[in-house]
Design a protein around this ligand. Structure first.
Ligand code: AMP
Length: 396
């Protein structure tokens, strides 16, 4: 029986892929085609101990997928592929779970493109190209927003006129849902509880960062909103600002909507505050060497994170554990310790030596005795996408 799933995450100039055996949950091949639609387009992959980068003769998305097919053939994996799973950022209110892709689903993803203009059109290119390249294979879509569709009204409405919600879909959607679903299920397994009985506050801290409240297995609130700009300080995104800032920048600085969008999405966050880098690891090094901007950026990051963790405790109710995941959450003992230090009077305390061990793929408990449990878990969104596609395609 074929049990491998090809997972595709297609961006405007990149295409990440993984071949995962849905039965063993092992990744056989992972890789990335980048700088697509540019002369320098290339394909990098990893299979076991082998790692290779090759230039892409045809640097389009279709060219990348054809090169990937060649790679799969070479690796003997092509006949094993039973289905394809696509990551899609925005599913709006329409998708509460992963679905098999057909024309109606494609039309809905297109409709949601207004809410995610940078992401959904790129996903559609990946989906359409994959349908052409792999005719007859079942293909599924997994949405970053779907897990948060259980949020109650009081969490997802903005306090703006309701007509904006009704006519333009202006509400909070939340993102990183696939990661939260994986991490919360994994945490429940570690705590030996049925997922539907386990409650968590979870911080997904990567270049994009958010916190979510998961109450008895369901998302009840999260810090990202209509777009992935709301909430925490991120690599290049500002997170929360006074909404009055938009008018101020337009009126006082003569900035256009596009310029304000760019400023808050691409030049703010850790990068804007530090004036140095959006990369947490680099900033930790620079701060240790006395860089003032790096210190301020990291302090702001941790303080905002702590405030949002506390905020999500309101939504989550009594929790089984506080969870950390994502590149920063899985690797930065300093960020975890600093953020949790603000939460001591909420009953959270980190154990310094347990915390120091949880880096580079090592997960585990990091709390001190008497604290509410705190767990570091390595996220695996690709595996979730693969398992969803496998279930929908009847592979498992
Ligand atoms: P992601 O988007 O999940 O890949 O996460 C990327 C972020 O994780 C970047 O800010 C990295 O600097 C950060 N990161 C990765 N490894 C470390 C580390 N050892 N210490 C601090 N930050 C790290």
């Amino acid at each position: 029986m074929k049990t491998c799933i090809l997972v595709i995450n297609c961006g405007s100039s990149s295409l990440k892929f993984a071949v995962i055996d849905a039965l063993t949950r092992q990744a056989h091949l992972t890789g990335l085609a980048e700088r697509l639609n540019d002369a320098s387009a290339s394909l990098t992959f990893r299979q076991g101990e082998t790692r290779d980068t090759r230039p892409l003769e045809d640097g389009t998305h279709a060219g990348a997928l054809h090169a990937l097919i060649g790679l799969l053939e070479q690796a003997g994996l092509l006949p094993q592929i039973a289905a394809i799973g696509h990551r899609v950022v925005h599913g709006g209110e329409h998708f509460q779970a992963s679905v098999l892709i057909d024309e109606a689903v494609i039309a809905q993803i297109e409709k949601c493109a207004k809410l995610a203009p940078l992401h959904n059109p790129a996903h559609l290119i990946g989906i359409r190209t994959a349908l052409e390249c792999f005719p007859g294979l079942p293909q599924a879509a997994t949405f970053d927003t779907a897990f948060h569709q259980t949020m109650p009204e009081h969490a997802y409405y903005y306090a703006v006129p309701m007509a904006l919600y009704r006519e333009h879909g202006v509400r909070r959607y939340g993102f990183h849902g696939t990661s939260y679903r994986y991490v919360s299920q994994e945490a429940a397994r570690i705590l030996d509880k049925p997922p539907q009985e386990a409650s968590f506050v979870c911080a997904h801290l990567g270049n994009g960062a958010s916190v979510a409240a998961i109450r008895q297995g369901k998302s009840v609130d999260t810090t990202m909103g209509l777009t992935p700009l709301e909430g925490l300080v991120m690599g290049t995104r500002s997170g929360d600002v006074d909404p009055g800032l938009f008018g101020h920048l337009a009126n006082e600085c003569g900035m256009t909507a596009q310029e304000i969008n760019d400023l808050l999405n691409k030049r703010s966050g850790l990068l804007g505050l530090s004036g140095l880098s959006s990369d947490c690891r680099e900033l930790e090094q620079a701060a240790a060497e006395g860089h003032e901007g790096a210190r301020i950026a990291l302090e702001k990051f941790c303080y905002r994170l702590a405030k949002h963790l506390a905020g999500q405790l309101v939504a989550a109710g009594p929790i089984d554990a506080l969870l950390f995941t994502g590149g920063i959450g899985e690797n930065s003992a300093w960020v975890r310790a600093r953020a949790v230090a603000w939460l001591e009077h909420f009953g959270f305390r980190v154990d310094a030596s347990a915390n120091a061990v949880c880096v580079r793929g090592q997960g585990g408990f990091i709390h001190a005795e008497g604290s509410t449990p705190i767990l570091v878990i390595n996220t695996n969104e690709e595996l979730m996408i693969a398992l969803d596609a496998a279930a929908l395609a009847g592979v498992l």
